[in-house]
Design a protein around this ligand. Structure first.
Ligand SMILES: NC(=O)c1ccc[n+]([C@@H]2O[C@H](COP(=O)([O-])OP(=O)(O)OC[C@H]3O[C@@H](n4cnc5c(N)ncnc54)[C@H](O)[C@@H]3O)[C@@H](O)[C@H]2O)c1
Length: 440
């Protein structure tokens, strides 16, 4: 079984009643029942939204043994047809196609599905996940899962009530060195942790504009001044720091720079008279936030996608015994690294500290997108469904990481005043246990 990473609840949390029904015990935070047997048949997943991302993940899903795709949904008919062909080419029956904007509600009620995965525009993630959970399905969503406080609470309540997980399909936490640093952090190699730094930083201006400068939903979504896409950056850090499992994000402060990058880009690409070149953008080009955790660890979180720049997720972890820098992909461990105060390559630690998932599936994963994260993330989702257990990224993680969008918006709008993180675990973070090494 895939280990239930950092979840604090796994197969040990299942107890059998005299009737044979599986009962999810209190440690999980769920009071309701999961099936007590692993699925003996294929894992059946419906896809909602098969644009760029959905199609990419569909290809990944079709490489995982025992996965069936009985349903495809998108409001663009040709995309449904293209995805249906892909599934048939993989030797599966033609999936039923749906094209209505609210057909996800019908799909959520189908009996021949175990889960719904969605890669739709952001504002649809919460309604689609709520429908899935309420229909008794596992939910897997692209990011962020929600952008409003009440949406986050609705997701938590729906997941708890249904006893079905809602997993943010956060592929970046599955990257090789992110996972290796997690193992090393869990083993105490960096000592007592003090600071982390991360960022979603790459030139994504191309994704905001269509032909002729037409604003696409990504650019339109940028009309709020915040960090609109925090989870690729914060996900790995949250796992390194055992957030929601003995530690929690307490509050953040956030500040945005001025907004000039998109005007500059649209002017250069489409000419000075194009509306995209002249419009006023609310979202600052670079958003910078500071997060304080309950344990007193600080985190710097960047969002920087509107200026030309090479990609850099930063992924720095700092403690009393050492530091790793994802920017340099180097490490320094006091009393272990060969030269005082000098970086060394992290690769030499791979043999000893490689994450079990990478040891097992690394060769296959490497060929998938986002540094292998796409494959391993989807595989973990499938494994949780197959074993009818909690997903490694649970609903509390899903909403805690996602809601940063809202918190940063509030802080930016109020001269960077501190904004508290809601405790979506309702206090359970204090008793939920960090993963042990054999669980990660
Ligand atoms: N995890 C990653 O690395 C990663 C990478 C790219 C995109 N994403 C995320 O994936 C999501 C989709 O991004 P994308 O680039 O594929 O966008 P996209 O525009 O290419 O695809 C979105 C699809 O959703 C469809 N859609 C819209 N409304 C719908 C509805 N009511 N019902 C069904 N389908 C509907 C659209 O027709 C389109 O095909 C976004 O949330 C994005 O943030 C994640």
């Amino acid at each position: 079984m895939t280990k239930i990473l950092n979840s604090g609840f796994n197969r040990r949390d299942f107890i059998k009643t005299s009737t044979g029904a599986g009962l999810y015990v209190a440690a999980s935070g769920y009071g309701s029942t999961f099936s007590d047997y692993a699925l003996q048949r294929p894992v059946r997943i419906g896809f909602v939204g098969v644009g760029g991302r959905g199609m990419g993940i569909l290809k990944v899903a079709l490489t995982i043994e025992g996965v069936e795709i009985p349903v495809i949904c998108d409001i663009v008919e040709e995309r449904v047809a293209r995805a249906q062909n892909l599934v048939q080419d993989a030797g599966q029956p033609k999936p039923k196609g749906y094209t209505g904007p609210e057909d996800y509600k019908k799909i959520a009620e189908l009996n021949n599905l175990d889960a719904i995965y969605t890669a739709t525009p952001i504002e649809l993630h919460t309604p689609i996940m709520l429908a899935a959970l309420r229909g008794g399905k596992y939910g897997g969503t692209e990011m962020p899962a929600c952008t409003e406080y009440d949406q986050a609470w609705e997701l938590v309540e729906a997941s708890e009530k249904a006893g079905k997980p809602c997993m943010l399909m956060e592929n970046y936490v599955y990257m090789r060195n992110v996972k290796m640093v997690l193992v090393m952090a869990q083993l105490g190699m960096f000592g007592a942790l003090t600071h982390c730094e991360c960022g979603y930083q790459h030139d994504a201006r191309y994704a905001g504009f269509g032909p002729g400068g037409k604003l696409l939903w990504r650019a339109l979504g940028g009309q709020t001044n915040n960090n609109p896409y925090p989870t690729h950056a914060i996900g790995p850090i949250a796992q390194w720091l055992n957030i929601n499992r003995g530690n929690r994000f307490e509050y953040l402060v956030s500040m945005s720079s001025r907004a000039v990058g998109q005007n500059y880009y649209a002017n250069k690409k489409f000419g000075p008279d194009n509306p995209a070149a002249k419009m006023k953008y609310a979202a600052g080009d670079v958003n910078t936030s500071l997060i304080q955790t309950h344990d007193g660890i600080t985190i710097t979180l960047y969002y920087d996608t509107k200026n030309p720049r090479p990609q850099d997720w930063i992924y720095r972890i700092q403690g009393t015994k050492g530091i790793y820098s994802g920017t340099l992909n180097k490490i320094y461990l006091e009393d272990i690294s060969p030269k005082p105060d000098q970086w060394e390559p992290i690769d030499k630690y791979q043999e000893k500290y490689e994450h079990p998932l990478w040891k097992k599936y690394g060769l296959v994963a490497e060929s998938s997108g986002h540094g292998g994260g796409d494959y391993l993330c989807f595989r973990d989702f499938v494994q949780a469904i197959r074993n009818q257990v909690q997903t490694p990224i649970d609903v509390y993680d899903t909403v805690t990481w996602s809601i940063i969008t809202k918190l940063t918006e509030e802080s930016v709008a109020n001269k960077s005043r501190p904004v508290d993180f809601p405790d979506y675990t309702r206090g359970k973070w204090q008793t939920r246990k960090p993963a042990t090494i054999d669980e990660i």
